[in-house]
Write a protein that binds this ligand. Structure first.
Ligand SMILES: *Cc1c(COP(=O)(O)O)cnc(C)c1O
Length: 403
């Protein structure tokens, strides 16, 4: 994404033209950025030949997932709906892992029937349920057990998942007990140890710590895991921060893998799609207030929930650059009747006028997938840009579809 002659472009496409032709709010994704992210990820971890399972929950656009599939990625799913979507995108069941703290028996039945690679389980009760269903089906089911390594991922508390207070995974004591349970079961094959300590992790040190803990636990169990699933969580720069250092993470994994024959599984979401997307929006009104001006957009928290949900801050850029700066603080808000329906406040933004367009950046992950119809607002259109080729990958929802 860059400015050319004051116009913001994704690849060769001027976003202002997209806004005028397709209306706003609109999600626009860059195909080249997607390809670069996947190739970069693969290149950095090449020497350990991992299975890369894209975390579907980060972006649920079918056509985008079809493109991701073409690069050979599998899928990490967390519900029956996501599993159906991954299969519909043509992803081989042999590359699909099913995560999540509470899979219903309906979901377990479906996953077993589809012969997916792994069901990663997070409790004794769920493993007993899988065992029961597998027995009825007279099948052997491959599972993983998710460990809670009690490691602080040093990320936002709302997206931290590997500390002992979090609901995710099982503690070491339960882990050992469950390994024994699986050894004695005729219908369960324990294949994998899985972890996922959180999201938007920028520092490699929590991962190093997690690997040291895994190493100890594996030694104690003396069990040969075919797979070690390290989850996702690789952080990206939203503002001025640096993305996770893949090289350092990679060398820690290489060290960890010495004297082990396991294959590594990754479940990246954000790092694959996060910086591929922008949400373009129109300034409906500008409302002057005491110290700031409210920039009232046609995009709202239902379209992009991260700021309201986690206090996340996304950069905002104008689609048309002007040199004059505003003296007032601009607070970018949506029209929804909630005080948390605001994106961010910016000082010294360029002067904006009503009917101008802006882009909220880095919304490819947890953008459309967290969107809702709150206030009965139809979901935005989604567009994939490849050079100067423009493809609508999801139509804008119509009112009659939601009323
Ligand atoms: C959400 C999630 C992921 C993806 O996390 P990112 O931060 O988007 O990489 C991977 N694995 C599991 C189990 C998850 O819940």
């Amino acid at each position: 994404m860059r400015f050319l002659n004051s116009k913001l472009k994704i690849e060769n496409t001027i976003l202002q033209n997209i806004a005028k032709k397709y209306g706003t709010p609109a999600y626009c994704y860059s195909y080249k950025q997607l390809r670069e992210n996947i190739n970069d990820f693969k290149k950095n971890f090449k020497s350990i030949s991992p299975l890369i399972c894209f975390a579907i929950k980060s972006n649920t656009n079918l056509n985008l997932i079809k493109e991701i599939k073409k690069f050979g990625l599998g899928a990490d799913v967390v519900s029956m709906g996501e599993l159906m979507l991954a299969l519909k995108a043509g992803i081989s069941p042999k590359k699909i892992v099913f995560s999540g703290v509470g899979k219903t028996s309906k979901e377990i039945n479906f996953a077993i029937d589809k012969n997916i690679l792994l069901i990663n389980s997070e409790s004794k009760s769920e493993i007993i349920e899988i065992d029961k269903i597998a027995k009825i089906k007279k099948k052997q089911v491959n599972i993983g057990i998710r460990l809670n390594p009690n490691t602080d991922a040093k990320t936002l508390s709302q997206i931290s998942t590997g500390k002992k207070d979090n609901k995710f995974g099982v503690n070491d004591k339960t882990f050992f007990e469950l390994v024994r349970y699986c050894k004695n079961s005729k219908n369960i094959n324990l294949k994998c140890l899985s972890v996922h300590i959180g999201s938007q992790i920028l520092d490699h040190k929590p991962y190093e710590k997690m690997l040291r803990i895994l190493d100890k636990i594996i030694k104690k169990t003396q069990y040969k895991f075919d797979f070690i699933d390290l989850g996702g969580g690789m952080g990206i720069p939203y503002n001025n921060d640096k993305k996770l250092n893949y090289k350092k993470y990679h060398s820690a994994i290489k060290k960890f893998l010495k004297n082990k024959k396991s294959q590594i599984i990754f479940e990246p979401g954000r790092s694959i799609v996060g910086n591929t997307g922008v949400l373009i929006s129109k300034v409906i009104y500008i409302k002057k207030s005491y110290k700031k001006n409210f920039i009232i957009l046609d995009a709202a928290m239902n379209d992009l929930m991260r700021p309201a949900l986690y206090g996340a801050v996304h950069r905002i850029l104008p689609l048309l650059k002007r040199s004059k700066k505003s003296k007032k603080i601009y607070e970018f808000v949506g029209p929804i009747c909630e005080s948390t329906d605001k994106f961010t406040s910016i000082k010294n933004f360029q002067e904006l006028k009503e009917k101008d367009f802006i882009a909220i950046c880095d919304v490819g992950a947890y953008g459309i997938s967290l969107s809702s119809n709150y206030n009965l607002r139809p979901k935005p259109i989604e567009i994939l840009i490849n050079g100067s080729k423009i493809r609508v990958v999801k139509k804008r929802q119509k009112h009659h579809e939601i009323i």
